[in-house]
Design a protein around this ligand. Structure first.
Ligand SMILES: [Zn+2]
Ligand SMILES: [Zn+2]
Length: 346
């Protein structure tokens, strides 16, 4: 099968790798959509990577001994290979599982952990079945595109009518706009790139401000009647962004941090009673119904949010595009150009 790797010279290339095998509850999925996340930063770093990508949607092609899925099921593939039995896994918080399974050894496969590939193997518990009325393309956003911000809005107990600040309108921030608009929140987005600011507006952000402007604090005050925002989601990863956001919240405001692995500096939170959550991924067992409702109700926004589709062979071009910031969510179609129309229609 085809797969994308970063070779020893730090170059992205499409290579041939053996297809993985299914065994017991570890099933084989044909990947039809692989949403691109931050892998372009790995290419920028120039470090060799055999396993690229952690988001996918596709079809179960070998269900082995699974009692949860069958061949032909359309599924979203969750990241990692959580054990399925620890306290975190039982609670559906598989992303925090400390006992990852070695599914290649379990299935006697040589390759099959990457989503920038035609096939992957996955414990069946980490497959999220797609309802028949939801397209494969939109379902694929039930990973990093919509997952972390759906989790964040729940954790922050955000309600219709609340004013939400969304800091950074990359794919995760754009997903936050979609989730917020679906819940009738009022969104003020902070985004410097004109392309993404415009896209955030099209997805329903009421205002988009340039966070580099010296007036941004004053503008947020004016837009919230001097009160400050009810809640905020930080996705930009800019070092001082979390601190600046915290200062724009009302007393007892709530903030969620979604940028991965970024050190944050916060002002004193106690005087204002501000809550801060770190949100990584989401709980599909607990919040799956809300996710499908959001996707069903946001079809036109999601059609705008996914701005580009590429084949696996063109992943390098896709990453060059991601570096410019002139894109929303970019997805790969490992099954090739023939499947592009199919993917858009189903
Ligand atoms: Zn991701
Ligand atoms: Zn576990």
């Amino acid at each position: 099968m085809k797969a994308c790797v970063i070779n020893d010279s730090g170059v992205l290339e499409t290579v041939q790798r053996p297809e993985p095998r299914a065994a017991r509850d570890v099933v084989k999925v044909q990947i039809l959509i692989a949403p691109m996340c931050t892998e372009f930063k790995e290419l920028r770093a120039g470090k060799a990577q055999e396993v690229l990508g952690h988001e996918a949607a596709g079809v179960v092609v070998d269900a082995a001994g699974s009692e949860r899925v069958r061949e032909g099921d359309r599924v979203v593939v969750m990241p990692g290979n959580a054990c399925g039995v620890c306290g975190m896994c039982v609670a559906g918080e598989h992303i925090y599982c400390a006992n990852q399974r070695h599914v290649l050894a379990e299935t006697a496969s040589d390759f099959g952990l990457a989503t920038y590939a035609e096939y992957i193997v996955k414990p069946d518990r980490l497959l999220f079945r797609i309802p028949p009325d939801v397209s494969m393309l939109h379902a694929s956003l039930a990973c990093c595109g919509l997952g972390p911000s759906l989790n964040a809005l729940g954790r922050m107990r955000a309600r219709a009518g609340d004013t939400l600040l969304v800091s950074g309108c990359g794919p995760v921030g754009l997903g936050a706009v979609v989730n917020a608009v679906a819940r009738s929140l009022r969104v003020i987005a902070l985004e410097p790139t004109p392309y993404r600011a415009d896209l955030a507006r099209r997805l329903g952000a009421g205002e988009v401000l340039d966070p580099r402007s010296t007036d941004v604090d004053e503008e947020v005050r004016l837009l919230t009647g001097g009160r400050g925002a009810d809640c905020a989601i930080e996705t930009s990863g800019v070092r001082d962004a979390a601190g600046r956001l915290a200062a724009l919240l009302r007393p007892l405001g709530r903030m969620a941090l979604l940028a991965w692995d970024v050190p944050v500096e916060l002002p004193p939170l106690v005087p204002l009673g501000i809550e801060v959550d770190g949100c990584w991924h989401w709980n599909h067992e607990r919040d799956g119904r809300v996710m499908w409702e959001t996707i069903r109700g946001s079809e036109s926004a999601l059609a705008e949010m996914v701005t580009h589709l590429f084949t696996l062979e063109d992943a390098g071009m896709a990453m060059t595009l991601q570096e410019t910031g002139n894109c929303g969510k970019v997805v790969l179609c490992p099954d090739g150009p023939a499947s592009l129309t199919d993917v858009l229609e189903h």
